[in-house]
Design a protein. Structure first.
Length: 710
C-alpha cells in the first residue's frame, strides 16, 4: 500500500484513505483506514545503540570480509614484535614509509652468480579491480543499460609494454558499489528535489513485469561508505531555510505507526566528505572508495558541487592510492629483479623487515624472498630483490605527470591535464587554439588507465579520457538514453523506474534525456512531445495529451475529476509562458439516490472546449469562462443536467463536475485532449533590438514593458 498526503491535526499526524469532499460522509464510505501517530518524539529510536551483528547476513563469512579489505586497501598483515597475540594491519604504502635504510653492499657475495633481469615473470597481462554486481536500483540500472561501465567504479587495464605477460591480477570483492541518488518528490523523477543537500543509496530494486517496472525488495550486497560522524542539516531547495523530514516506525504489526521528525541526516558517500554549512565541494584531495576516479552521478547536489564528467582524484582512488605505487615498481621500464647471494648473520635475520631499503652497489632494493638460510653456517644465502623505482613518474616511456588548473586535473569535464615531468608544477595551457596542456602520449594515458584518442595535427599526441577498456564516461554519458552523470535538467538513471503503472506512454521527437515534462505524469495518459527542428527560428516545446479523469458527485454539490479519481494525485500545475487548448468529452451515469426523474442507470454525454494563456501577468481563459459547451447527449425525453466547469486556480488546472439535479449519485469519466506549448518568446519579443543599460540589463518602463531601439 502506498500512502500520500500525510496531514496533521495539531500535534497528532494522521493518514486517511478517502475524503469527505470526494466520497461523502463517513457512513457512505465503503472502507476507511486511518493511521495515526501520537508521538513525534523520537524516544527510544534516535540515538539508540544498533546491534550490528544482528544486521549482518549469516551467510557472509569473516574470511571473505577480511580478504576483501586486505585486497581493497593493499594491506600488510604482520605479527606485533612486542605482543605475539596482536596483529599489525596497515596499507602497503604506510608500511613502506616506515622503512629502514641499510647498507648491504659489503654483504654481496661476488664470488657467486649475480642475475639482474626484468620483471616480466611477476607481471600480469591484465589488471582488473572491481566491486560485486548488485541488484539495488542504481547498480541494476548500470548492469541493464550500461554494461560497459558496470560495475560502477571498476578499473580494467591491459599491459601493452610486455608481450609475454600472461594472467590476470584481480581482487575477490565482498562489497558492491555505494552510489548516491537524490530524494525525489514522488515517483516522477523528473521533478526537482525539495532537498538540495540530501543524498541516499536506494537499496530496493525494480522488476520489469509485462513491460512495466515495479519496485521490489531483494537481498543486496554489503556496501562501504564514508561517514564523518556528525549529522548534517537538511536544506530546502530554492530557500535558505531548513527542511524537516519524517521517518516512521511500527513497533507492533497492525498497531499505531509512530512518526519521527528529523532535520539532520548522516552524509554517507563513497568520498571522504565532511560538510561545512551543510555543503561540500569535491576536489582532487578527496579520497574515493571506487577503484577508478568515477564522479558522483548527481554531482550538482550541494553535498558534491562537482559537475565534471570525470573525477579529478585518481591519485586518491583505491587503485591510485593503494595499488598504483606498488605496481609501478613492477611495471616500470626501470623495474628490475636481482637474484644474488648475501652473507647474512643471525642479527641480519632477526632485524630483517620486508620494508627495509637495502643499498647494494648504487641502487636501492627490497627483499622479495630469502631462500634456505642456515643458522651457524658461514655460507652465503640466496636472496631475491626488487629494485626500488624512485621517480616522479613510473610509467613506461612517459615524460608527463598530472597537472592541475583551479584544483582540478580535468579540463572542461573531458580530458586529463598534463605537465612535463621536468616541470611538474607548471600552469597547463588548456585554452584555444593550442590546448597543449591536454595533449599527451599514449604511454602516459595508459599509465593513468585512460582512453587515448590521437589528435591528427599533433603527431604522437592525443587527448586522454578516463576508463580504459570502454568508452570514456563523458562519451557514454552523452550517448546514453539517460544521463547517468546527471547534471542540470537531464533525465537520470532512475527516470521512469519508480512510477510503475503511473508512468504514461510517451512518444514524439522531443522524448530524449534532455527533454523535460511540462505537466506531471499520470498512468492514464498518452503524450506526444514535440519541438521545432529549425533552431534558427522562434522556439517552442510542446506536449499533446490524451488523459482520462474520473469523479463522483452527490446531489448538486460541485466536485472535481482527477486522474484515477484520486484527489491527492499530483495536481495539474500549469507552467508560465505557455498556451493551452483543451477539448473534453465526458460521460456520466447515475449509480444511486432517490430522484425518480433520474433513476439508477440514467446516462448523459457531453463535450466542452476552452483555452488558456499563462504568462508573467497571470492566467487568461479564452472564450467563455468555465469552457464552451460543444454538444450534449441525453436519453430520449430526458433533460441535460450535467455541467463541466474548467478553470485554473492558483496555477492548477481543474475540471469541476456538477449535477444540477438533487438526490442523485453520479460517477463521471472524462477524456481530456490537451495541447500545451512552452513558448520562449512569450514575454520577450523575438529578434527585438532591446535598449540596454551599460551593465547589460534591459531598460524597463514603468508599465513593465521593455524599451526597444527603433
Amino acid at each position: 500500500m502506498r500512502i500520500r498526503n500525510i496531514k496533521s491535526d495539531g500535534l497528532t499526524p494522521f493518514i486517511t484513505l478517502g475524503a469527505v469532499a470526494t466520497f461523502g460522509p463517513d457512513n457512505n464510505w465503503e472502507s476507511k483506514i486511518v493511521i495515526s501517530g501520537s508521538d513525534y518524539t523520537p524516544n527510544g529510536v534516535y540515538g539508540s545503540v544498533i546491534n550490528v551483528p544482528m544486521c549482518i547476513d549469516a551467510n557472509l563469512t569473516q574470511k571473505a570480509f577480511l580478504k576483501d579489505l586486505v585486497e581493497r586497501f593493499n594491506l600488510i598483515v604482520l605479527s606485533d614484535p612486542n605482543d605475539a597475540g596482536n596483529l599489525i594491519i596497515e596499507p602497503y604504502n604506510d608500511y613502506l614509509a616506515q622503512s629502514t635504510i641499510k647498507y648491504w653492499s659489503d654483504k654481496l657475495d661476488t664470488s657467486k652468480e649475480i642475475l639482474v633481469k626484468d620483471t616480466v615473470s611477476i607481471q600480469k597481462k591484465n589488471v582488473n579491480f572491481s566491486d560485486l554486481e548488485d541488484v539495488d536500483m542504481v547498480n541494476k540500472w548500470f548492469k541493464d543499460n550500461q554494461p560497459e561501465i558496470n560495475v560502477y567504479g571498476k578499473i580494467n587495464s591491459e599491459v601493452t609494454s610486455n608481450d609475454f605477460a600472461t594472467g590476470e591480477l584481480k581482487n575477490n570483492p565482498f562489497f558492491s558499489p555505494y552510489i548516491n541518488q537524490r530524494i525525489y518528490k514522488n515517483e516522477d523523477t523528473e521533478l526537482a528535489s525539495e532537498a538540495k543537500n540530501f543524498v541516499v543509496q536506494y537499496e530496493y530494486t525494480y522488476k520489469n513485469i509485462d513491460g512495466v517496472n515495479e519496485l521490489s525488495l531483494e537481498n543486496t550486497k554489503p556496501k562501504l561508505f564514508w561517514y564523518n560522524g556528525s549529522a548534517t542539516i537538511v536544506k530546502r531547495a530554492g530557500f535558505t531555510s531548513n527542511l524537516d523530514y519524517w521517518l516512521h516506525n511500527q513497533p507492533v504489526s497492525g498497531e499505531v505507526i509512530n512518526a519521527y521528525n528529523f532535520t539532520t541526516y548522516p552524509v554517507c558517500t563513497p568520498y571522504d566528505i565532511t560538510p561545512v554549512d551543510s555543503a561540500y565541494t569535491l576536489s582532487p584531495t578527496n579520497k574515493s572508495l571506487y577503484w577508478n576516479s568515477n564522479p558522483p552521478i548527481i554531482g550538482e547536489n550541494d553535498i558534491f558541487n562537482y559537475l565534471s564528467y570525470d573525477g579529478s582524484w585518481f591519485a586518491n582512488t583505491l587503485y591510485g592510492l593503494y595499488w598504483q605505487p606498488y605496481l609501478n615498481n613492477i611495471y616500470s621500464d626501470n623495474a628490475r629483479i636481482m637474484e644474488c647471494y648475501l652473507n647474512l648473520n643471525e642479527v641480519d635475520i632477526y632485524q630483517f623487515k620486508f620494508n627495509d631499503e637495502l643499498f647494494i652497489k648504487d641502487t636501492y632494493w627490497r627483499i622479495l624472498s630469502i631462500d634456505n638460510y642456515q643458522v651457524n653456517n658461514q655460507d652465503s644465502t640466496k636472496v631475491t630483490l626488487l629494485k626500488i623505482v624512485d621517480s616522479l613518474n613510473n610509467c613506461n616511456n612517459c615524460d608527463y605527470v598530472p597537472g592541475f588548473v583551479n584544483g582540478s586535473n580535468i579540463a572542461s569535464g573531458v580530458a586529463y591535464i598534463w605537465c612535463p615531468e621536468g616541470t611538474p608544477n607548471c600552469t597547463p595551457d588548456i585554452t584555444a587554439p593550442n590546448f597543449t596542456g591536454v595533449y599527451v602520449t599514449q604511454e602516459c594515458c595508459d599509465c593513468r588507465n585512460g582512453e587515448w584518442f590521437e589528435v591528427g595535427n599533433n603527431t604522437g599526441l592525443g587527448i586522454c579520457y578516463e576508463n580504459s577498456g570502454s568508452l570514456p564516461l563523458v562519451l557514454k554519458n552523452t550517448t546514453a538514453l539517460r544521463s547517468f552523470l546527471q547534471s542540470g535538467s537531464t533525465k537520470g538513471v532512475l527516470s521512469g523506474l519508480m512510477g510503475g503503472l503511473n508512468n504514461p506512454l510517451i512518444r514524439g521527437v522531443d522524448n530524449n534525456k534532455f527533454s523535460q515534462s511540462l505537466l506531471p505524469h499520470y498512468g492514464d495518459d498518452i503524450i506526444i512531445k514535440y519541438n521545432r527542428k529549425d533552431k534558427a527560428t522562434p522556439q517552442m516545446q510542446g506536449e499533446s495529451h490524451r488523459l482520462v479523469l474520473s469523479g463522483y458527485t452527490i446531489d448538486n454539490t460541485k466536485a472535481y475529476a482527477y486522474p484515477q479519481g484520486a484527489y491527492n494525485n499530483n495536481p495539474l500545475l500549469i507552467p508560465t509562458d505557455t498556451n493551452i487548448i483543451i477539448r473534453v468529452k465526458g460521460i456520466t451515469t447515475v449509480i444511486g439516490g432517490s430522484n425518480p426523474t433520474y433513476p439508477i442507470g440514467t446516462t448523459e454525454g457531453f463535450a466542452y472546449f476552452t483555452g488558456f494563456k499563462s504568462g508573467v501577468g497571470g492566467v487568461t481563459q479564452l472564450g467563455t469562462i468555465g469552457g464552451t459547451s460543444e454538444f450534449s447527449l441525453k436519453e430520449a425525453g430526458g433533460t441535460s443536467v450535467c455541467v463541466l466547469y474548467i478553470d485554473i486556480y492558483e496555477g492548477v488546472l481543474r475540471f469541476g463536475i456538477t449535477d444540477t439535479a438533487t438526490r442523485t449519485k453520479r460517477i463521471w469519466a472524462l477524456t481530456v485532449e490537451l495541447d500545451i506549448n512552452k513558448i520562449q518568446n512569450f514575454s520577450l519579443g523575438y529578434d527585438e533590438n532591446w535598449a540596454l543599460y551599460q551593465n547589460g540589463d534591459n531598460i524597463q518602463l514603468q508599465n513593465g514593458n521593455l524599451l526597444i531601439w527603433n
